[in-house]
Design a protein. Structure first.
Length: 246
């Protein structure tokens, strides 16, 4: 799936900047990805989805307003703007697992109408392969994304939210209950963090739910900033570098 974004982005860059070929475009993507600490497939996806610069323009986003990274209270990080995407998501997952009192969980990002597994801990290979991409509504995370609200599955074995294959994939990983938290900003779901538990849950307390809601809003706001500031900074650099390679 990641390669499916990179190859079309290479073709766009070759055509737009008259590069020597796909290998030069790939090197440009890779160097920009490393410089701005943004995953290669994330940068390539941005090349595909962001409107192209005006023909001959010196800047891709000449009138863009830049904003400081929002604070990330509760995640025990040094500074929101200085932290990379992976570091923030890892800290967010750690925070959610602390609140829900478990050591199993995962982070998904919303992309192209589906949820893509980004980080996980305590879950086996069958689980991570099966839920690498989630699009159908036969999972708690997908329904939480659709409803834009937290969902608790008190007992995976008896819950009617899952289809048989999804239920089996969760149970065989040692999870008997789960809680899904949307990461939201401006009414949009940008990702999901789910905790998994070895035993059925009676439910989470209001204190836990409130703490999770605050985390979901905080991290969602940061993801929005990252997508509209950090990623666009990388695109601007890519544009300048590619023009200078002509």
């Amino acid at each position: 799936m990641a390669r499916a974004a990179v190859e079309p982005a290479q073709r766009i860059l070759v055509h737009r900047y008259r590069l020597a070929g796909p290998s030069e475009a790939f090197e440009l993507l890779k160097q920009t990805s490393q410089r701005f600490n943004i995953k290669l497939h994330t940068l390539a996806d941005a090349v595909l989805r962001v409107a192209e610069p005006d023909a001959g323009a010196g800047q891709w986003f000449p009138r863009r307003a830049r904003f400081a990274a929002p604070a990330l209270p509760g995640l025990a990080l040094q500074g929101a703007g200085s932290e990379g995407h992976a570091v923030v998501l890892r800290a967010a997952l750690r925070r959610v697992l602390h609140v829900t009192e478990t050591d199993m969980g995962n982070v998904q990002l919303a992309e192209h109408g589906m949820l893509r597994l980004e980080k996980h801990t305590g879950l086996n290979r069958h689980f991570t392969d099966f839920f690498a991409f989630v699009q159908d509504s036969t999972t708690a995370c997908a329904q939480a994304a659709q409803q834009r609200q937290q969902i608790t599955v008190k007992d995976v074995e008896s819950a009617d939210i899952f289809d048989d294959d999804s239920r089996h994939a969760i149970l065989q990983a040692g999870s008997r209950s789960a809680h899904s938290l949307p990461l939201t900003s401006r009414g949009q779901v940008l990702g999901m963090i789910s905790s998994h538990h070895e035993r059925p849950l009676a439910g989470l307390s209001q204190t836990q739910l409130t703490a999770l809601e605050e985390t979901g809003t905080t991290v969602g706001r940061w993801l929005h900033w990252h997508r509209h500031t950090a990623v666009l900074d990388a695109l601007e650099h890519l544009h300048t570098t590619a023009r200078n390679h002509r």
